[in-house]
Design a protein around this ligand. Sequence first.
Ligand code: SAH
Length: 373
Amino acid sequence: MRAQLQTSSPSGVLRTTNDIASMTLDEITSLMQTLGEKPFRAKQIFGWLHNKMSPSWDEMTDLSKQLRDKLRRFPVSSAPSVVNTSASHNQKPETHQFHNTSKYLFAMADDNIIESVYMGYNYGGSVCVSSQVGCRMGCAFCASGLNGFERNLTAGEMCGQVYGIKKLRDDVSRVVVMGGGEPLDNFDNVVRFYRILTHEAGLNISGRHVTVSTCGMAPRIYDLSALKLQLTLAISLHAPDDETRLKLMPIAKAYPVNQLISAAKHYGDATKRRVTIEYAMIGDVNDSEAQAFALAKLLKGGLFHVNLIPINPVKEKAFKPSPRERVDRFAAKLNGMGMETTVRRSLGGDINAACGQLRNTRLSITDKAQVIT
Ligand code: SAH
């Protein structure tokens, strides 16, 4: 069965790109060879793009004018520009974990709008990036796909979100691919993004500090396992059984829960990394003690960590968050059954920073976010 599900080449070879801002250092090195240039030029270019975060050939003054003119023939993903910033005001004193949350709306060169979020923790800043413009997964509780799917983002555009925020906040040590879109539906570009982001000649973010969250594209999880990257895989499970999951996530039809969990266990075995199970707590849908029991049973024997998140209400959707006591009871049941579990407070609910809400607000031109400069 698994062999059938493996759809893409797990060899680590990515489809080629001619966008220099999306190339890994190895690819720029090959390009330099093709252009008859010295290989060390590649490191200079990569450093300008991904360490100094400057996509402008004019600024690359340590390259000859002749080389810069040759390079101008190649496309470079333009850096997305920040069009709106707003800060969260719902910091609760009892949640010592978070300092603040800020959301950023970026405009792309083609005028598409995407969103990214900065979350300041005690241990450092984390940036949540979008991987696609829109989404085609159609999860019932999520705002990301409300306006349909537009296109994949390039690796350069994903880097551009991190760099845009880093230039404003500096303190960025973690990256989560949990914004708009389904990262494993844009597999090559996300892998490229990871390789660029974690390269020592770039921002040198630790691979272990990069999280990729998927709604459950099981074949792609096998592909990712084969690459043996250090990233943390998060699976948006949200239900322990197919019946409930099907009500929430259309992907459950293609990949039933058992297949998905087998893929997740395989990822854990192949990489020795603990897989995060994301579980958005929805009142009277997936928050019963029986479901907690079923979840603990399902995950037994695997390398998992469960993250419970009270769902963020989306005005276009009818789901309500589970009451706090119910979340705590669910967590206690899981912990009692030996499942490592944390409860995450939903971040940025007051600024629509949760999953596609921000972009949608902007698209419907009712953005009341407080603009800070
Ligand atoms: N497509 C990927 C990543 C983007 S969504 C995925 O499904 O994992 C990031 C996370 O936010 C997912 O766990 C998703 O299920 C969750 N999410 C989406 N809408 C939400 C909402 N209204 N409240 C809480 N979590 C939500």
